[in-house]
Design a protein around this ligand. Structure first.
Ligand code: NAD
Length: 459
């Protein structure tokens, strides 16, 4: 894998070697983002201390086990631990003593009963760390936060740290994609540094020296702009997905074919084909909550109208889930009671075990609520799905899960689902009926094999 080759290229070449200014790093919050960041930074040659409030997670990481599915990461964790440059702890005091640059990577989920981001984890992590900061240090926010957070945290850090204004704050938004997290961390398409002083910029440049040395573009800006870059990027991507899904709705009303439409649009360089894939829409731990939090924050700031379209983007996205349920129900003859449905996929996207706001599980659970007997199968997310949705049944592989199914619905486009042989699956199901929620299958091939094939936005 390219990511590992790159890591091997740079491992051993100590960052900033020769100039004596190699910062020691801590990574506070070792979830999808933080664990990846900590491991990759250690592989790049830094001394890194990972910190989390979850002792079980820290124990697993320290024992060489990545607590989530991310291709390439377990190998790099082993390598980082072997190098002696990566350690884990639950002690903020130890972190404060150890680190020169502290990356804040804790979660910012959606608040219960509100669209706003829940900032309690960020506030608590920064407070706990700052309480022990007795010397000059840089605290760097990486979590995705409402604009204005960095200014607020600057005050918090100054008022809490024994070292006072010796401690500075910077923002370095993270753009990694689950499934490609290693490569995105080692070879990001850009680095964004939101800083309030030349010293902070220097520290960040030292902390990313091996990455910058690979000609990675660096955008240095103020704290506010850095915070905004992340939510603006996610809003744009969500809008592009919902745009083509809005066209799918129009196709459904008119008999057009959204896949042909998307293909034709993609040839226009100004539009481009990426994120212009129609289907069941976006989910996960970032896009949905980030656009909601952005709209909420803009409303608080009196500029809600400027991003009011994000509410519609969210609405279009949710309607795709409802429409997928409708397609399954239509195929089942209008009533889902007692219908056996096989759901291919639970993760919010392939190559991940993340089920946060996963469209696949949302659809599967709605089908269950409407009376269907749903069996879910997913190559990586089954255990997470079982914990959050114990009411559903789970299979071990697509063919055995589809045995006796009245309708099959593809919800996450894992390669192994794309490669299913329609004849082999046709031999085990009760009825050859499939809803392709991700435009992942070849309709001609499936129809030729005698399947009734339906997909969003297609006749
Ligand atoms: P996550 O839930 O996987 O990880 C968060 C971690 O923080 C958990 O391990 C939790 O135990 C820990 N934590 C909570 N409170 C803590 C505290 N006070 N001190 C120390 N640790 C604490 O979340 P994630 O997906 O890694 O996301 C983290 C942030 O990064 C979010 O703001 C998210 O929006 C942003 N982000 C995530 C991704 C991604 O692909 N997952 C990409 C870019 C940005």
């Amino acid at each position: 894998m390219a990511a590992i080759t790159f890591a091997e290229d740079v491992a051993g070449a100590r960052p900033g070697e020769g100039d004596g200014a190699v910062p020691r790093l801590t990574v506070i919050g070792t979830g999808y983002l933080g664990a990846t960041h900590a491991i990759c930074m250690a592989v790049l040659g830094f001394d890194v201390l990972g910190v989390d409030v979850d002792p079980g997670k820290i124990e697993r990481l320290a024992g060489g086990e990545v607590p989530f599915f991310e291709p390439g990461l377990p190998e790099l964790l082993a390598k980082a631990l072997d190098s002696g440059r990566l350690r884990f702890t639950t002690s903020f005091e130890e972190a404060a003593e150890f680190g020169d640059v502290h990356f804040i990577c804790v979660g910012t989920p959606q608040q219960r009963g509100s669209d706003a981001a829940d900032m309690t984890y960020v506030d608590s992590a920064v407070t706990e760390l700052a309480r022990h900061l007795r010397r000059r240090a840089l605290v760097v926010g990486k979590s995705t936060v409402p604009v204005g957070t960095a200014a607020r945290l600057t005050e918090l850090v100054r008022n809490t740290a024994p070292a006072g204004s010796e401690v500075e704050l910077a923002w370095n938004p993270e753009f990694l994609r689950e499934g490609y997290a290693v490569d995105d961390t080692l070879r990001p398409d850009r680095l964004v540094f939101g800083t309030a002083s030349a010293w902070a910029e220097e520290q960040l440049r030292a902390a990313f020296a091996p990455v910058i040395a690979r000609d990675t573009p660096v955008v240095v800006t103020d704290l506010t702009t850095a915070e905004l870059v992340k939510v603006a990027a996610n809003s744009f991507l969500a809008t592009k997905i919902s745009y083509i899904n809005a066209m799918a709705e129009v196709c459904e009303a008119t008999g057009g074919d959204v896949t042909g439409l998307a293909e034709a649009l993609a040839y226009d360089d100004r539009i481009g084909g990426r994120f212009l894939k129609p289907g069941l829409g976006f989910g996960g731990g970032c896009l949905p909550k980030d656009i909601r939090a952005f709209a909420h924050r803009a409303e608080e700031l009196g500029v809600g109208q400027a991003v009011a379209f994000l509410r519609e983007v969210d609405g279009i996205n949710k309607r795709r889930r409802a429409r997928t349920v409708d397609l399954v129900r239509e195929m089942a003859g209008g009533d889902l009671t007692g219908v056996r449905v096989t759901a291919l996929g639970a993760a919010f996207k392939p190559n991940s075990d993340d089920i946060r706001d996963a469209p696949a599980l949302d659809v599967a659970s709605t089908l269950h609520q409407l009376g269907a007997h749903v069996t879910v199968v997913d190559p990586a997310a089954t255990e997470n799905a079982r914990r959050s949705h114990p009411e559903l049944s789970y299979g071990t592989d697509a063919l055995s899960a589809a045995t006796g199914a009245d309708v099959v619905v593809l919800l996450t486009e894992w390669t192994e689902f794309r490669q299913i042989d329609p004849e082999a699956m046709g031999a085990v199901v009760a009825s050859r009926r499939i809803v392709d929620g991700r435009h992942a299958l070849d309709p001609v091939q499936w129809r030729t094999a005698g399947w009734e094939y339906r997909a969003l936005g297609r006749p």
